[in-house]
Design a protein around this ligand. Structure first.
Ligand SMILES: [Fe+2]
Ligand SMILES: [Fe+2]
Length: 435
């Protein structure tokens, strides 16, 4: 029978705003789960590339998650509720990623399961959504589609090389990813439809409850050591000028791996307590530290240093072993920003050596550190407000950090000193004889 009204049956009318919000909210919680596990796993990953590239991915994920969350708030105005709700069976599978039996299994699951799931979900949404009503988030999703494609390609290569380096862990990693994949299928995967409850409630094979690696894994291709330059344990060894300053600065930068690991550790540790705004800041913080690390690495590579000539120390990360994560937050805030005033002077020194590359890296690093100083204050204050009895004031915390690192430095043995002395001298000598 002919309707008395004009027809409105059009694909543009598929979703109302609350339908769209429900789907975008689901994507947000998936991203959030992966941001937390990527951050938490950084310390346990040995490969230098994976350790310093994964932070780029988790920062990209934080950017799209942030946009998704804001869009959900816009669509549900005035509600600011973000609840897992019906998506619980799906988010439980994404959360389980963090309990991987090994770093290889974790990265393989990202490459094969979780990142491709997000990629195809975003593609599906992009195809079905209406550009007119949903344009603001579609722009963000289109960027995320490109990023996720790049992430999947990079992570696939990373997983492959990690498994080749540790073939004894390959079978467990494969079994882990199959188990997660099966469960993801059972809950209906990640799509525009809500998930189904998991029929199968059995535990995943190989599941190991997530724990922060208190001893950081480090790439065996580098010269691994406790102290990464002689002046750390020997006050008579000058920080130096000229070639020595160029090297010291590049070695300091590459040794910011501890800051990458610490950024990841605190993101994971305080995510629930401090909430999304903290996760968003900590993702950027961790990403920045990974860029600083790679700045030093790239400079040393440009100057012709092989990986086994570059010292990669552990003492700062080690000095927080077994401590409350507040200490790690304090360390990251304090040790990364206490030299901020020296950075502009160093940049000037590099300019006077016509070393534009070191000058450039130091210059950009300075801008990042000023952001980090604000992060440190903001989140230490927030923690202190939540737990005034447990979180010390900033001066006490700095003093505690100094004591802990001082204790680690005092533990240096003659063998440690000899080792780093020889590495540093070899680097200096090589620099002096460069053509
Ligand atoms: Fe840094
Ligand atoms: Fe920093």
């Amino acid at each position: 029978m002919k309707s008395v009204y004009l027809p409105g049956d059009h694909e543009r009318g598929r979703w109302m705003r609350l339908d769209a919000a429900r789907i975008l909210k689901r994507y947000f919680f998936c991203e959030r789960a992966l941001i937390l596990s990527q951050a938490g796993w950084l310390a346990a990953i040995a490969s230098f590339d994976v350790k310093t590239i994964l932070p780029t991915f988790l920062w990209q994920d934080a950017m799209i998650a942030h946009a998704l969350r804001n869009r959900v708030f816009e669509l549900r105005f005035p509600s600011r509720m973000m609840e897992i709700g019906d998506d619980a069976p799906l988010i439980a599978v994404f959360d389980a990623a963090q309990d991987a039996p090994s770093a290889e299994a974790y990265v393989l699951a990202l490459a094969r399961l979780f990142k491709p799931a997000l990629l195809s979900a975003y593609r599906e949404y992009e195809q079905l959504a209406d550009d007119l009503s949903d344009g603001p988030i579609l722009r963000e999703l289109r960027s995320a589609i490109i990023e996720k494609m790049e992430q999947v390609a990079a992570l696939t290569g990373m997983a492959q090389s990690m498994m080749q380096a540790a073939p004894e862990r390959a079978a467990t990693a494969e079994a882990w990813v199959s188990a997660l994949g099966l469960r993801l299928m059972q809950v209906g995967g990640l799509s525009v439809e809500p998930p189904k409850p998991a029929r199968d409630q059995t535990e995943f094979v190989g599941r190991r409850s997530y724990q922060l690696a208190e001893i950081a894994a480090r790439d065996p291709r580098f010269h691994r050591c406790r102290y990464y330059w002689p002046d750390i344990t020997d006050a008579s060894f000058a920080y130096g000028t000229g070639i020595r300053l160029q090297l010291r600065s590049a070695v300091s930068h590459v040794n910011e791996v501890w800051a990458v690991e610490t950024g990841g550790a605190i993101l994971r540790a305080f995510a629930d307590e401090l909430g999304w705004e903290f996760i968003f800041d900590a993702a950027r913080w961790t990403y920045d530290e990974s860029r600083h690390t790679r700045m030093g690495y790239e400079r040393l590579k440009t100057w012709g240093y092989a990986l086994d000539e570059i010292p990669l120390g552990s003492y700062i990360y080690d000095s927080a072993r077994g401590q409350d994560p507040v200490i790690r937050l304090g360390m990251l805030h304090y040790f990364e920003t206490k030299n901020i005033g020296k950075k502009t002077k160093r940049a000037e020194a590099f300019a006077s050596y016509q070393d534009k590359l070191s000058q450039h890296d130091m210059d950009f690093d300075w801008a990042d550190e000023t952001i980090h100083a604000a992060y440190g204050h903001r989140w230490l204050d927030a923690l202190r407000e939540l737990r005034p009895d447990q979180v010390p004031d900033i001066d006490t915390l700095r003093q505690r950090c100094d004591e802990l690192v001082g204790r680690e430095v005092d533990a240096a043995t003659d063998a440690d000193r000899k080792d780093i002395g020889a590495v540093a001298l070899a680097m200096i000598e090589k620099a002096e004889h460069l053509p």
